[in-house]
Design a protein around this ligand. Structure first.
Ligand SMILES: NC(=O)C1=CN([C@@H]2O[C@H](COP(=O)(O)OP(=O)(O)OC[C@H]3O[C@@H](n4cnc5c(N)ncnc54)[C@H](OP(=O)(O)O)[C@@H]3O)[C@@H](O)[C@H]2O)C=CC1
Ligand SMILES: O=C([O-])CC(=O)C(=O)O
Length: 267
């Protein structure tokens, strides 16, 4: 059932995700949710369909804030937003590889914290499986265009291998604890899988740069006492930011629709 009063939504981040989410909200495409303001580092000079505000102002006027900006916003503002009584929907799940921060967000009230499924699927089922006991093995392989994976910490040799690659090159193998720290804007999915299975250290992650990757792919493979699971997604990258898949804002909108109480959701 829809809420009697629409959710007043503030959006942090006017980029590849934020512009699609903000446009859809402003066009009334999410019943029960209205866009009240937008927060971004850059002056938006009236280009957004709602006034630009600071995070503090957004907390005063909104009852739900969507983070579509980056891990730093979750770290810097997450607890304050929740403490102000504002709910928070997080896209940059990579911030949650920090157990102290995650614990704080989960226990700060009266606002409630939510995570969007973002670019991956199958999280609902993995969460259900985990309720029967820990999985023995969870692996994620993320493959993207090399340029979307370049990072300031990479040495000249790795950058050379990525830039001259004619086929797939593994650029990092690690866990869902370490990988999102090293690729803060492009491996949030690793943290999302870890949230579903309940343990970032148990998720083995391989990050692959492939010049032929016209589609970004994420392959999740998991097994345990109760079965074996494999989810593979292949997304076109967003034109505005090829590190982000085109589907991600629509995943955020789906999460918003669920929070705003639209009926007929697949939960
Ligand atoms: N869960 C998932 O599956 C996915 C999650 N993500 C997350 O979503 C984030 C946003 O993605 P996307 O829209 O493609 O990124 P973009 O870079 O296209 O847009 C992000 C916008 O947010 C702004 N911004 C960044 N930090 C702040 C801040 N502290 N305060 C205000 N504004 C800020 C940026 O400004 P400026 O550039 O000036 O910093 C930019 O305008 C990614 O960084 C990633 O963490 C992305 C894809 C998938
Ligand atoms: O959009 C994607 O495919 C994944 C992504 O950038 C992330 O996990 O941060």
């Amino acid at each position: 059932m829809s809420r009697a009063t629409p959710r007043k939504v503030g959006l942090i981040g006017w980029g590849a995700i934020g512009r699609v989410v903000g446009g859809a909200l402003a066009a009334g495409q999410v019943p029960g949710a209205e866009l009240v303001c937008v927060v971004d580092n850059r002056p938006l000079a009236g280009t957004a369909p709602a006034p630009q505000r600071t995070v503090e102002q957004a907390m005063e006027t909104c009852d739900l804030i969507v983070e579509a900006a980056g891990q730093g916003v979750v770290r810097e503002w997450g607890a304050a937003i929740l403490a102000s009584g504002t709910d928070l929907l997080i896209a940059s799940t990579g911030a949650l590889t920090d157990d102290t921060l995650t614990d704080k967000l989960l226990h700060t009230t009266p606002g409630r914290v939510y995570f969007t499924g973002g670019a991956v699927g199958g999280l609902d089922l993995l969460q259900a499986v985990r309720a029967m006991g820990p999985l023995d093995e969870v692996r994620l392989t993320t493959t993207k265009l090399p340029a979307t994976l370049e990072q300031p910490w990479m040495d000249a040799e790795l950058l050379r291998r990525m830039r001259s690659a004619t086929g797939p090159v593994e650029v990092m193998a690690g866990t869902a604890r370490d990988v999102p720290v090293k690729f803060p804007k492009s491996t949030n999915v690793a943290a999302s899988v870890a949230l579903a299975v309940g343990d970032p250290d148990a998720v083995r992650v391989s990050v692959v740069a492939d010049p032929a990757a016209a589609h970004t792919s994420h392959v999740i493979e998991a097994s345990g006492a109760h079965g074996a699971y494999r989810f593979e997604v292949r997304h076109l990258p967003a034109a505005a930011n090829p590190a982000t898949s085109q589907v991600v804002p629509y995943a955020v909108l789906r999460s918003l629709a669920a929070l705003a109480g639209r009926t007929g959701q697949i939960l």
